[in-house]
Design a protein around this ligand. Structure first.
Ligand SMILES: Nc1ncnc2c1ncn2[C@@H]1O[C@H](COP(=O)(O)OP(=O)(O)OP(=O)(O)O)[C@@H](O)[C@H]1O
Ligand SMILES: [Mg+2]
Length: 483
């Protein structure tokens, strides 16, 4: 009997159902949806009777139950019924039998392949276990947030990495765990992901359960779902990396001090020679002390300034004070004049330099500037110039270090700032990497503009210390342009 021959009109929806559904009239199958045929291995035109589908024991049991359903007009569930396919494959099923609303006595049977669903369940448990194992092995913490920072899911690795139980964090606001100085940056990233699909990478400090903060790096991705916008993050602890970078910074500083001091010793020798000469002349009474005392004092002051400047580099430091960028630039000029002169390069600062106050570590800021000016001198041709310009707007101070030297090829630009990248025979390749890190810690940015054969401009911008104690600065997304 073909399905078209049945007098019963079924909703097309039933045909689409993934679960097998059958209707019996007496013992003959008069309707089955495609899933049933697929499960039982019969073709739609074949006549099928209840006893074809059931082994003898179950056939008798089911037949009695079906009759009961018709008499009582109540649905029943028949558990552990073995169903037989055309190819005599057997499967355990659960049958839901109910009387049809139609005036003819029909039985609707809903089959659930318990073996199949048990297998699904097992697969799911296996998958869950595998996933659990995976999250136990990866040291990254993967978190899923709503846009307001509310944690929706976080991998159990959060326990090992930060000491929190993952289920206790659900619903908590992620921003509450971020260091107050870094919070604005992360909040900004969450906001910007509303209109920007680009992945964002950022470093910030996270409070551990024990109360201390640790540095982490995370990429943030925007995930669009029907219910709204979510943000996915993979947090990675970078304590070791930070340590290594600190070491690199120290190494670079020491190398710089060594290099600078050779020049400085030379620079000190000149005024010392003239001071000695004046003193000898005074001793024999050839000149009057009062006529030359100011010159002597100026020379001694210069030596002192250089010595103090150099010494400060050797001291341990990590202080955050208010500094005038103008003074920092002038001090750096004092230290680098020698090297510039040696290379026949004139070092100039723009006229009417403004006073620009920033908060930060004086030595670190000098270190950045020395690195940039030294690189500019090293890239310049003899008899050219290196210009430093200081400017400001309402939020930031800008230092530009401009050279007219060889320039940087495009393919090299992306490598700058990676440790040990150098094109110089005696370079360490740490100068820029250290500079980027320092400026990043100061919530600033470094940008490079370069034209091959024409020269390079490095622009450093730093948030100004507008009011004492208040920091207004750019919210930085990546620490380097072009990455
Ligand atoms: N102003 C510039 N003009 C052209 N190339 C530059 C400039 N500044 C940096 N570079 C390139 O970037 C590379 C890396 O610079 P970085 O300061 O990190 O290391 P380095 O100068 O090579 O070594 P070190 O700083 O230890 O002496 C340089 O080797 C050079 O190729
Ligand atoms: Mg350098």
């Amino acid at each position: 009997m073909k399905i078209e021959d049945t007098k019963f009109n079924f909703n097309k929806v039933v045909d689409q159902l993934p679960n097998p559904i059958m209707i019996f009239k007496n013992e003959q199958l008069v309707y089955a949806n495609p899933s049933t045929y697929q499960l039982l291995g019969y073709e739609e035109y074949e006549e099928i009777f209840l006893k074809n589908l059931l082994p003898m024991g179950d056939y008798e049991k089911v037949l009695t139950q079906f009759q009961q359903v018709l008499t009582d007009r109540k649905s029943i569930v028949l558990k552990d019924i073995t169903l037989r396919t055309k190819e005599n494959k057997r499967m355990k099923t659960k049958l839901y039998a109910s009387p049809s609303n139609h005036k003819h006595p029909f039985i609707q049977v809903y089959i659930q392949d318990t073996v199949y669903s048990a297998k699904l369940k097992q697969d799911f448990t296996d998958l869950q276990k595998k996933y659990q194992d995976l999250t136990n092995y990866i040291s990254d913490v993967i978190a899923y947030y709503k846009q307001n920072g509310s944690i929706q899911y976080i991998t159990p690795s959060v326990n090992r990495e930060f000491g929190y139980k993952s289920d206790r964090l659900i619903g908590c606001c992620a921003f509450d765990f971020i260091h107050p100085q870094d919070r604005k940056r992360v909040e900004y990233i969450f906001r910007s992901l509303t209109y920007n699909t680009e992945q964002k990478q950022v470093r910030f400090r996270v409070r551990q359960n024990v109360g201390t903060y640790v540095w982490v790096e995370s990429a943030f991705y925007r995930i669009e779902e029907e219910q709204g916008l979510y943000i996915l993050a993979n947090l990675k602890k970078i304590e070791k990396q930070i340590e290594a970078e600190k070491l690199a910074m120290q190494t670079e500083k020491l190398a710089m001090v060594g290099e600078l001091s050779a020049g400085i010793v030379h620079e000190i020798k000149n005024p010392l020679t003239s001071i000695k000469g004046f003193l000898q002349l005074m001793q024999v009474g050839a000149i009057e002390m009062k006529d030359y005392i100011n010159i002597l004092k100026a020379e001694v002051d210069r030596i002192e300034a250089m010595a103090v400047n150099m010494l400060s580099f050797a001291k341990p430091h990590d202080s955050v004070d208010r500094h005038n960028l103008k003074d920092i630039i002038k001090d750096v000029f004092l230290l680098l004049d020698v090297q510039a002169n040696k290379n026949n390069i004139s070092l100039s600062l723009n006229e009417d330099v403004p006073n620009v106050f920033v908060k930060g570590d004086e030595i670190q800021l000098k270190q950045v500037l020395i690195n940039l000016v030294k690189n500019a001198i090293e890239a310049s041709h003899s008899n050219s110039k290196v210009e430093v310009k200081l400017a400001q707007d309402c939020r930031n101070g800008y230092i530009k270090v401009i050279d007219y030297g060889k320039g940087i090829p495009k393919r090299q630009l992306s490598k700058l700032g990676k440790s040990f990248y150098t094109t110089k025979e005696e370079g360490t390749g740490l100068g820029l990497m250290v500079s980027y890190r320092i400026i990043e810690h100061h919530h600033g940015q470094i940008k490079i503009d370069s034209k091959l054969g024409e020269g390079t401009t490095f622009t450093v911008w730093l948030p100004k210390d507008v009011y004492q104690g208040q920091e207004l600065g750019p919210i930085k997304e990546s620490y380097k342009s072009g990455t």
